[in-house]
Write a protein that binds this ligand. Structure first.
Ligand code: PMP
Length: 361
């Protein structure tokens, strides 16, 4: 009997590894491994989520009009140019399905977010990984890698797990250098932590081959609900809507997200707290001899003297009930990615690392 087999290429897809949330022997883990919001989420979002329970017998909105209107009002964007998905992951998936396929190339960067090659392979395309320059996305390396088979370039800006960022001029140079048949995905999962950056809105307004994606998982503290959105020109949104399932978001997701985006006081508070403790923690790391680039996101990349030292620090942190992220799979074996926690969390992790660095001698 012949065996049932998946389509060619499926078994080449590496399974996504998410930040761990449990540690044996610790009931009260300090979880700094998934860039979540240590301050929780908006109270209004929780109330809206609970209220949605009253209408669970009804199908949710298919066009997400209320949520798109709310995003449009808060960010001053045309709701007709917005699309919402199950996390920004789903929006990235829409783009990949719509614009790349068998035999095409999808460009990602050396330390880029691990979902990008997974998405490329899902549609049978070839992920092409280009080098970065000292943990920063290298525009020239991307442009040099473009061929007539390239269909998508994925960049996260700020980038995960490095926390570094491309300025507006470099972004413009990237778009100007891309042929019109290549879609630039400007993944803005961490944009709200960068301060003063429009997240790629102006690029989208000027170029039909750019899409910006955003998420409710980070600044809005709704990682558990899975909601994200994209902003692109209408022609692109029209394409993506054709492959979106009609009821991709539940009524509870829609209600909570709408309340969350309108709670701008909470958003501003989270951004301010993150900036404060990110700076404090980075200074502390640098002072104790741990390498740490300036971060524009809600995490820091702590670089140790060697992969062995990073391993030892990780093991010691775990013993103390603190979970951070190993990033060897991202080509950074000597580093740990540490989410910026609340004040208590930041003080605890820094005090611990200070002891670790002291004791290792
Ligand atoms: N892009 C980047 C760069 C990320 O780090 C993440 C979350 N880890 C995502 C996209 C996906 O976020 P979500 O699907 O939760 O919106």
């Amino acid at each position: 009997m012949t065996e049932i087999t998946p389509k060619p290429g499926i078994m080449d897809i590496a399974l996504y590894v998410s930040g761990e949330s449990r540690l044996a022997g610790h009931d009260d883990v300090l979880k700094l491994s998934s860039n979540e919001n240590p301050l929780g989420c908006s109270k209004a979002a929780k109330a809206a989520f609970a209220a949605a329970a009253g209408g669970l017998n009804r199908y949710p909105s298919t066009d997400h009009a209320d949520l798109r209107r709310a995003i449009g009002e808060v960010h001053d964007l045309d709701p007709a140019r917005l699309i919402c998905g199950v996390g920004s992951d789903e929006v990235l998936q829409f783009v990949t399905h719509a614009y790349a396929g068998q035999g095409d190339e999808v460009i990602t960067t050396e330390h880029g977010f691990s979902m990008y090659p997974i998405l490329a392979r899902m549609v049978g395309a070839e992920p092409v990984t280009v080098p970065e320059a000292e943990r920063r996305i290298d525009v020239d390396a991307i442009l040099a890698a473009v061929t007539e088979r390239t269909r998508i370039v994925f960049i996260a800006n700020p980038a995960n797990p490095t926390g570094t960022m491309l300025g507006e001029e470099e972004l413009q140079r990237l778009v100007d250098g891309l042929p019109g048949h290549v879609m630039l995905v400007h993944d803005g999962a961490y944009v709200e932590f960068a301060g003063g950056f429009d997240g790629g809105v102006s690029l989208v307004d000027r170029h039909p081959n750019v899409i910006m994606t955003r998420t409710f998982s980070k600044i809005h503290g709704l990682g558990g609900l899975r909601i994200g959105w994209g902003y692109a020109q209408r022609s692109v949104i029209d394409v993506l809507n054709r492959i979106r399932q009609p009821f991709n978001l539940s009524s509870a997701q829609l209600a909570a997200a709408e309340a969350a985006i309108r709670d701008t006081a909470f958003t501003a508070h989270c951004a301010a707290e993150n900036a404060r403790w990110r700076e404090w923690m980075r200074n502390g790391l640098v002072q104790m001899g741990i390498g740490c680039d300036e971060s524009f996101a809600n995490f820091l990349l702590a670089r140790f003297a060697s992969p062995e030292e990073a391993d030892a620090a990780d093991a010691a942190l775990r013993e103390d009930g603190i979970l951070v992220r190993r990033v060897g799979g991202y080509g950074l074996p000597d580093a740990l990615r540490i989410t910026v926690g609340d004040e208590t969390g930041c003080r605890r992790v820094l005090a611990f690392l200070s002891r670790f660095m002291h004791e290792k001698g």
